[in-house]
Write a protein that binds this ligand. Structure first.
Ligand SMILES: *Cc1c(COP(=O)(O)O)cnc(C)c1O
Length: 361
């Protein structure tokens, strides 16, 4: 099997210390050693979400966490607004539609961030129960200013749901301080672990809303998950992805040992380095630099090249990057640099990209 370096916007590289726990025999999930592991994981997650509320662990990818929030928070026909800036905003809108919500979407355009005045007008015009927003739009490499967006939502008494799937643990997010009502993330992005888990936290207000929810749910019943977390023997309603739980516990220990402020600073430095290096190669960034993500960099495919050729060339050199989604397919290349990223990985990536540009010209 050929091992490639994943410079993709998830799954991301898993550090050796985390890989070392992945091959252990998984604990049985109804035993004291599991209760201890799960309890430690829960307290780590609260520190990373920056919340006093429980963080729930679901066995699913990030999308399952998004679906769980929709199914648990709302009633059929509830009015919600999705402020979309790309593929993942559209996915959240699709989920709300699948559950029969009366949802609206504002498309701010792929490559843009949410415009606060336009958002404010939309929230003024209609009464929405909740606003849904993506913190880091992985399809375009744009980061939204969630704190300011939450301030706008607050003015209108609208709950705010944040897809932080590709951002939590990489860039600042303060759930309680910013007044966020639902925050979702997963194991395989900034949390440096294999895929398999999503994590969801709800505010007091959101839990009150959950009491009224009449949408169908069974596996993703967050009240059941909360009961498990709050138990004296913290556990999950059904068999969780124990090996991934062991991994995320280890990875979050590592992040907290470094300290979240240092993690954010390092992540920002990586973002700056990637942006500078690709610009020095003569490439153009896709989004405006002021809203560029520190977690992934989207670059425009230069004239005379094919995105697929560059991606295949780099893959042959052992570096996996990805192309654009939706209508950006063929137009951009996305280099993921979230979570576990070393100087060596960056240098190999830059070298592979440089030689692709030379050899394919
Ligand atoms: C990766 C991602 C998701 C969820 O993807 P899964 O494949 O279900 O884990 C959701 N939102 C954003 C912004 C993402 O980057």
């Amino acid at each position: 099997m050929k091992n490639r370096i994943l410079m993709t916007p998830g799954p991301t590289m898993v550090p050796k210390e985390v890989l070392d726990v992945c091959h252990l025999q998984p604990y049985h999930h109804r035993t004291p050693e599991y209760f201890k592991l799960f309890s430690d994981l829960n307290s780590n997650l609260k520190k990373i979400f920056k919340t006093n509320m429980d963080v729930l662990t679901l066995t699913s990818s990030g999308t399952g966490g998004m679906e769980a929030v929709v199914a648990n928070l709302f009633k059929r026909g509830d009015k919600v607004l999705v402020a979309s800036i790309g593929h993942f905003g559209e996915r959240f809108y699709d989920i709300t539609k699948a559950y029969g919500l009366d949802s609206d979407i504002i498309d701010f355009g792929w490559g843009n961030a949410v415009h606060l005045d336009i958002l404010n007008d939309a929230l003024k015009k209609d009464k929405y129960k909740a606003l849904i927003v993506t913190q880091n739009e992985t399809s375009t490499g744009v980061t939204n200013d969630v704190k300011s967006i939450a301030d706008v939502a607050k003015k209108h008494g609208t709950l705010i749901v944040v897809d932080a799937v590709s951002s939590l643990g990489g860039i600042p997010l303060n759930m309680d301080e910013w007044g966020l009502d639902a925050v979702i993330t997963c194991s395989q992005k900034c949390l440096m672990s294999p895929p398999g888990l999503s994590f969801v936290a709800l505010s007091e207000r959101a839990w009150q809303m959950a009491e009224e929810s009449d949408l169908p749910k069974y596996y993703f019943d967050l009240k059941k998950a909360r009961k498990g977390v709050q138990s004296e023997k913290p556990e999950n309603p059904y068999t969780p992805a124990v090996s991934t739980i062991m991994a995320v516990k280890k990875a979050t220990d590592m992040l907290l040992n470094i300290g979240m402020d240092t993690v954010y600073k390092n992540q920002h430095a990586i973002g700056e380095k990637v942006r500078k290096t690709v610009k020095d190669m003569g490439l153009k960034l896709f989004p405006d630099e002021a809203i560029s993500s520190d977690l992934l960099t989207a670059v425009q495919v230069p004239e005379g090249y094919k995105a697929g050729d560059i991606i295949n060339y780099m893959s042959e050199k052992g570096i996996l990057v990805t192309g654009g989604q939706g209508h950006l397919k063929g137009k951009i290349i996305r280099i993921g640099h979230m979570g576990y990223v070393t100087d060596e990985m960056l240098n190999l990536t830059f070298n592979a990209l440089k030689s692709a540009l030379l050899d394919l010209s």
